[in-house]
Design a protein around this ligand. Structure first.
Ligand SMILES: Nc1ncnc2c1ncn2[C@@H]1O[C@H](COP(=O)(O)OP(=O)(O)OP(=O)(O)O)[C@@H](O)[C@H]1O
Ligand SMILES: [Mg+2]
Length: 323
């Protein structure tokens, strides 16, 4: 069975634009300029139960809009969507229990209360039976290693700690579908990795379906095999993520320092970006690093070599521009 089926889903936002300043405010009382923004256009796709799918696209592509449509927070202006067998727009209680939404930019926890109180509130809202609650809480607090911070007011927690608790709050009622909108935004590399690992384990052991947006390519590469790419509200790719990225190779930069003045000869499969008497900066496709190093090491008087790989995020930017 499919977890999500969307057919020609569209969303058009209508909003009023007001000119700047007091004059603009007064004018807008009488004549208001209605503006239309097409955030999603004829978007069709299905996600099978248990699938992990990444939703990618540059800022403003329509990712959050799609996630909001799937949850029923906003209504489509065209097309149809079914999520876990329900029509999200109807907002049925059974539908709300069947999914969870976590937005990295918004907190669902009560700021001044300890997380344990917010989790109890979640229990009440979703009417989670005592035993299921206790078991799920024990499972997730161990998995996310947060047993000792449950009683600290949420506002005092680090962003990484808070995010782990947000995810626990979302998972407690055993949703079949987990929608994550930039869950690792602003987190350091360690916390990002922890969250990815935990999601992988929780997904595997609990069999949820996952739809994830993230600007961090690592998140998507590790968690999802399939990706859907949006640009300006249109679907421009739906398929294997590795395959999409394979066509765009990452570059590596090799910085070499010499102990005597030297001029690099022309190199095979590499471009010399900068050259001074005692140093050179070389750029080469990542797969060619070894080949390039061999050529460089064949020279004498090398004092130091540093290799930096291009960030995978930059690669994705290139993909967006060219797909
Ligand atoms: N309530 C709204 N009224 C008018 N326009 C809106 C509204 N919400 C979103 N938009 C516009 O719709 C487009 C899609 O926005 P959306 O938030 O879905 O993008 P996104 O892909 O999530 O971007 P980001 O990566 O920055 O989070 C943007 O151009 C945005 O300005
Ligand atoms: Mg967004």
């Amino acid at each position: 069975m499919n977890s999500i089926t969307a057919s020609k889903l569209s969303k058009e936002y209508r909003y009023f634009e007001k000119a700047a300043g007091l004059r603009g405010s007064i004018q807008s009382l009488f004549t208001r300029q209605t503006k239309v923004r097409q955030a999603l256009s004829d978007f069709s796709f299905t996600i099978g139960e248990g699938e992990f799918v990444g939703l990618m696209g540059p800022n403003g592509a329509g990712k959050t809009t799609l996630i909001k449509l799937l949850t029923g927070i906003i209504q489509p202006t065209g097309g149809e969507v079914t999520v876990n067998g329900f029509c999200p727009a109807k907002g049925e209680a059974a539908f709300k229990k069947s999914f969870a939404l976590v937005m990295g930019q918004k907190s669902q926890l009560w700021w001044d209360l300890p997380a344990s109180d917010s989790l109890l509130l979640t229990k009440a809202i979703y009417a989670i039976p005592d035993r299921q609650y206790r078991e799920a809480l024990a499972y997730f607090t161990r998995l996310f290693a947060v047993e000792n911070i449950l009683s600290i007011p949420v506002r005092k927690l680090s962003l990484g700690e808070r995010m782990k608790l947000e995810l626990i709050a979302a998972l407690l009622h055993s949703p079949r579908l987990l929608l994550l909108d930039e869950p690792t935004i602003g987190l350091d590399a360690v916390a990002q990795r922890q969250i990815r690992d935990m999601l992988k384990t929780a997904g595997r052991e609990r069999g949820v379906t996952l739809l994830l947006t993230s600007h961090y390519t690592e998140d998507l590469l590790e968690l999802t095999k399939r990706c859907i790419v949006l640009r300006s509200g249109w679907k421009i790719y739906d398929g294997d993520l590795q395959q999409l990225l394979a066509g765009y190779s990452l570059a590596s930069t090799i910085t070499v320092a010499f102990s005597t003045a030297k001029k690099l000869p022309a190199l095979d499969q590499a471009e010399i970006l900068q050259q001074s008497e005692y140093a050179a900066v070389i750029r080469t496709p990542k797969q060619q690093v070894e080949n390039c190093l061999q050529q460089v090491l064949a020279l004498s008087d090398i004092a130091d070599i540093k290799i930096t790989d291009e960030d995978a995020t930059l690669l994705v930017e290139r993909v967006y521009q060219s797909v």
